[in-house]
Design a protein around this ligand. Sequence first.
Ligand code: XIL
Length: 302
Amino acid sequence: ADTLGSAAAGQGRYFGTAVAANHLGESAYAATLDREFTSVTPENEMKWDAVEGNRDTFTFGAADQIVNHARSQGMDVRGHTLVWHSQLPSWVSGLGAADLRTAMNNHINRVMGHYKGQIHSWDVVNEAFQDGGSGARRSSPFQDKLGDGFIEEAFRTARAADPAAKLCYNDYNTDGVNAKSNAVYAMVKDFKSRGVPIDCVGLQSHFNGASPVPADYRANLQRFADLGVDVQITELDIEGSGTAQADNYANVVKACLAVDRCTGITVWGVTDKYSWRSSGTPLLFDGNYNEKPAYDAVLSAL
Ligand code: XIL
């Protein structure tokens, strides 16, 4: 196979990228996207501030652009994300508990309802755990006002809103075995034992010098899979360049392929030109859409 998507398909996986609607009009961007990738994740366009900036007024224009583009190309779409403390409008943070619960469930119902049947997997809840050794929940309007049960409630609402979508919990710094991933693991185990609907765990996998690809990455993917959920690498980017970066990318791909339930990989952007790491070069195509050594390494690992 000579593209990321076709090589991954040969392994029964998808290969996706984050996409920004405002770049779809750039011909090299769209050509690279359409040639190489079989799944897209809207980088910002489905976040709460983008789709419900004002209460009960939903604006899907930019997200629709991405979904329509993906569908016209036969690509899968990952929905990102329904309940997250960041990119959250201030009207949400200002609500009291009862109102916040209503607003959260309404948001899930309306957004998932709009895309019903069109989303492969949804990141239902994003980044609900703290960094560091505590294993505690992160403070957020949802956590602080609704308590631990908000995640379970969000997943139950999501299952009813679009029964065809896989429902994922997504987080970062949960890529290796550590206190934070242990806490997510315990939650997923509890959900599975009590029949709370959850289908997948997303490992964002933003790697850099301070946070390299962990040696126990594969083992961590495997232990989640062994709980009976799929695992997806959802926001992969790796700082660096040349051979070192290429080797790290290859290791991530090999770890996923070694785990049956690792169903796909998404990189967090098409080109270094538009990476959220503005000063970095963490992706597979350089700023001129040339294939980097990391691209070759991924293709040969697939
Ligand atoms: C980032 C986007 O890439 C940026 O454009 C935006 O300014 C901030 O959010 N974890 C996530 C993603 O789940 O939604 C974030 O995306 C990166 C970290």
